[in-house]
Design a protein around this ligand. Structure first.
Ligand code: ATP
Length: 489
């Protein structure tokens, strides 16, 4: 990461904490690695992102419904899905620093260094060697690559490495009253399996016809070997997943369709198509016949924000085998029974949050010849901004606060609105800019005479005079869900 990007990312993290978006978990106890809490504004932004996803995936599709399955599930589910035996990361320890790393990420960092130094050929060769070793699950080869390229531990600076070993990422715990007869259960590492095991329940109770989808938003847990880059890689995080069930043989068509749909969705939120790219998987997971990541250009480079997988009939077929229950669909159009194929779209809510934050944050220099000035601003799309508008009486007296509160009450049922009467109006504007509030509605003496207010726009900082009676309409047009969702219909 360049120094400039590093500084920018540090400012984003500091800003998120200072303004109540994201806090390190358990901070007064020195924190808990790779676990974060969302603050008073963070939870609003996160809820808005969930709503936007849910509306665009469930509400706008006649053939998609949502569920909310439990985090704990029967332990055999994770045997059937392959997670007990195969949900591993290759890890390596440095004997001097006692620090643990993901072997592939140590190598990826070396590739980035080669690229930064203009050593393109070395970078490409190393990438190819690593992909080959990962594909073959060849752990000794991964270690040899680390040694051949003189990769040292970032902490100790030495090459005193252990062998590379596989490390299972699932958290387990015990369920049951006494230790002897307690069952080992897992905290789910993905929300997908809760959908697969409910496939027939939903299909039958909802009389769903293939092709149809089941969507879910929920927590997932992974004991990541290394955790870094803020909320990018967490041990407790949230996923928004769609499993779309299709007739066998049509899955790659649907896969292409969902790729385009999901990319468009991300661009609709962040506006800049150059910040996104597709990255096809070199090593396909055991269940997939096609897979791609949607990557976002974070300050630390292009990284995955969403995965799209054509999962074949692997999951339903495995659950059929392990449960002994038929998970089939009778297709009246072709008069056949079959196990549907599945196309999955899976976006991490926290990573999505980070794309929004990085894209929105700006430290603007507003200096003129006579005066130095600057502001921090979050350019959120109004429909997802944590606070949609602030109502500000110019002074604390002469009936202005009462008038301002009337406006507040007329808008607060539909939108999250703040009321603020403290400090100068300029300071209040800056506070709202810093949390990304798109509109500041100022009540002044003229308001008492003609029922008009000043509306100040966050991005342009321009002000206009509007009648109070027109505020609800302005808010609906600019900050209502239609302002974002209309483009997706
Ligand atoms: P990575 O390669 O970065 O570990 P993954 O390919 O294992 O991710 P998936 O299993 O495809 O990820 O999960 C779908 C989505 O869930 C990812 O695109 C990402 O947005 C999110 N996600 C996965 N792991 C984490 C994590 N540890 N912290 C936050 N989000 C995560």
């Amino acid at each position: 990461m360049s120094k400039q990007n590093d500084d920018f990312f540090k400012s984003v993290i500091a800003h998120a904490k200072e303004y109540g978006l994201v806090f390190p978990s358990s901070e007064i106890y020195d924190g808990l690695s790779a676990v974060y809490d969302y603050g008073q504004l963070g939870v609003e932004l996160k809820n808005n992102l969930k709503q936007y996803w849910w509306k665009s995936m469930v509400q706008l599709h006649e053939n998609i419904v949502g569920i909310d399955s439990a985090i704990f599930m029967h332990p055999t589910i994770w045997k059937a899905s392959g997670h007990v035996d195969g949900f591993n990361d290759p890890m390596i320890d440095n004997k001097d620093s006692k620090k643990r790393y993901r072997a592939d990420q140590l190598i990826e960092d070396q590739i980035s260094r080669y690229e930064a130094d203009g050593k393109t050929e070395e970078a490409q060769q190393l990438q190819a060697d690593m992909d080959e070793a990962l594909n073959a699950d060849d752990l000794p080869r991964l270690k040899a690559i680390i040694e051949e390229h003189n990769i040292v531990c970032p902490q100790s600076g030495t090459k005193n490495w252990t062998d590379v070993r596989q490390f299972n990422l699932m958290f387990s715990t015990k369920m049951g009253a006494s230790a002897e007869d307690a069952d080992t259960v897992y905290l789910r590492p993905e929300t997908a399996q809760g959908i697969f095991v409910n496939f027939l329940n939903v299909q039958k109770s909802g009389r769903m016809k293939v092709p149809f989808g089941i969507a879910q938003i929920g927590k997932a847990f992974r004991n990541e070997v290394i955790a870094r880059q803020f909320i990018m890689r967490m041990r407790e995080f949230e996923q928004m997943e769609l499993q779309f069930f299709v007739r066998p043989g049509t899955e790659l068509e649907w896969y292409e369709k969902w790729k385009e749909t999901r990319l468009k969705w991300h661009i609709s939120l962040n506006g800049d198509s150059k910040k996104y790219r597709f990255h096809d998987h070199v090593k396909l997971a055991h269940y997939a016949n096609a897979a791609v990541d949607i990557e976002y250009d974070f300050p630390f480079g292009f990284k995955e924000v969403e995965g799209i997988h054509s999962r074949t009939d692997f999951d339903l077929a495995q659950h059929q085998k392990f449960s002994g229950k038929k998970l089939q669909y009778f297709d009246p159009e072709i008069n056949q029974n079959y196990v549907p194929y599945v196309v999955e779209t899976s976006v991490g809510l926290d990573r999505l949050f980070l794309t929004i934050l990085c894209n929105a944050f700006e430290e603007q220099d507003l200096s003129t010849e006579d005066k130095k000035d600057s502001r921090s601003v979050l350019h959120f799309h109004p429909a997802i901004a944590p606070v949609k508008a602030a109502v500000l009486p110019l002074t604390k007296k002469d009936g202005l606060p009462e008038k301002a509160r009337e406006i507040l009450n007329s808008l607060r049922i539909d939108y999250n609105i703040q009321y603020d009467e403290k400090d100068s109006i300029g300071k209040r504007y800056r506070r709202q800019d810093a949390i990304g509030t798109p509109f500041c509605i100022t009540v002044d003496y003229q308001t008492l005479e003609d029922d008009t207010v000043t509306v100040r726009h966050r991005d342009s900082m321009e002000q206009e005079r509007l009648p109070i009676a027109g505020l609800e309409r302005m808010m609906a047009e600019k900050a209502g869900w239609k302002s974002l969702l209309n483009d997706l219909i």
